[in-house]
Design a protein around this ligand. Structure first.
Ligand SMILES: Nc1ncnc2c1ncn2[C@@H]1O[C@H](COP(=O)(O)OP(=O)(O)OP(=O)(O)O)[C@@H](O)[C@H]1O
Ligand SMILES: [Mg+2]
Length: 309
């Protein structure tokens, strides 16, 4: 059986684990970078950079760049071009989970930065994503999360309708961003992603060029948390027991016309086999793959089944 690429999970014809084109998209070179540190080295690296790290969040992560001369990945305090997220003690195989969910979004045509899985020096896989808030010349592109924009103090307090309103107030191409936003909300429900809080939605750009930031931090949190809520933020005033009618109400609130909303529901309904195929080809271990298949099946039933509608 052919190897699968650790970025896109499609077959690779050689003995390598990454397509040259996937490496090229991510790093601007087809040479696979080396990561000269392991998970155990990370607390030191993270502490060293502390205070000046511009990426915040719960899970350990490091701002990195590729040193093109040596081919090594190096942690940096400033001037990072990528973000590295290692495995976690609490959530098994989270890098594989995130890479898979991002591939699902990409397969559905959503805006997704280049990303992939790479072995660290201890052999453990980490997830690397290219920063979308850096231009090719290294300049910073303004990126503000909904948490910052709302001046919020709790990232779990808020609604998707409120996020939609903020997109409407600032985005250059409101119609396009609303459709993207709604599609992402549906995909998150279908994949058991109950962690799309205010810091996981952002607006990118400035002046006359502002858009919903590309997808990031997509994971199936339900895979680890049995009692995980349906949504981190309310939809139609609910975080749980969400039904198709709640998403229809959301679409209406976002001023997506009924026909366009119906098309989006149909498109995602037809995507079930594709999503199952991606789970099957992912790097998640067998029991987690199986569990995610059943989460997906249950969510599809809730959104599209005859009974629950
Ligand atoms: N590809 C990217 N380009 C630029 N900024 C990013 C990118 N990915 C994430 N970020 C920023 O870094 C922050 C943390 O990243 P991310 O959400 O992936 O980490 P996390 O630890 O899983 O977060 P949390 O657990 O708080 O949800 C995000 O809120 C976002 O502002
Ligand atoms: Mg996050």
């Amino acid at each position: 059986m052919a190897n699968r690429c650790l970025c896109c999970h499609k077959p690779v014809e050689t003995n390598e684990r990454h397509h040259p084109r996937c490496l090229n998209r991510l790093f601007g070179t087809a040479r696979r970078p080396e990561i000269p540190f392991g998970v155990a080295d990370l607390p030191g690296i993270v502490t060293k950079a502390e205070g000046r790290m511009s990426i915040s969040g719960v899970q350990a992560k490091v701002s990195i760049r590729l040193d093109k001369a040596s081919g090594n990945i190096e942690p940096v305090v400033a001037g990072g071009t990528h973000i590295l997220k290692p495995e976690s003690d609490r959530f098994p195989e989270i890098p594989m989970n995130e890479n898979l969910c991002m591939n699902m979004a990409e397969e559905l045509g959503m805006r997704v930065p280049p990303h992939g899985l790479f072995a660290m020096s201890d052999g453990k896989l980490c997830y690397i994503i290219k920063r979308f808030d850096r231009a090719d010349d290294g300049r910073k592109i303004p990126n503000e999360t909904m948490f910052q924009i709302a001046g919020s103090t709790d990232k779990y307090i808020g609604s998707l309708e409120q996020v939609g309103k903020t997109i409407r107030a600032h985005a250059t191409n409101v119609g396009l961003d609303m459709i993207d936003f709604f599609e992402r909300a549906l995909l998150c429900f279908l994949t058991g992603n109950g962690d799309m809080h205010l810091k996981n939605w952002a607006l990118l750009g400035q002046g006359k060029d502002i858009a919903l930031a590309p997808c990031y931090d997509l994971v199936s949190s339900r895979l680890y948390i049995e009692k995980e809520g349906d949504s981190a933020l309310t939809i139609n005033a609910k975080k749980n027991k969400l039904r198709r009618s709640d998403f229809e109400a959301l679409a209406k609130n976002l001023r997506i016309d009924a026909k366009a909303a119906a098309n989006i529901f149909d498109r995602l309904e037809r995507a079930q086999d594709t999503l199952r195929g991606l789970i099957a080809q992912s790097e998640l271990r067998a029991d987690l793959r199986q569990e995610l298949m059943s989460i997906l099946g249950a969510r599809y039933n809730r959104l599209y089944g005859k009974v629950e509608r």
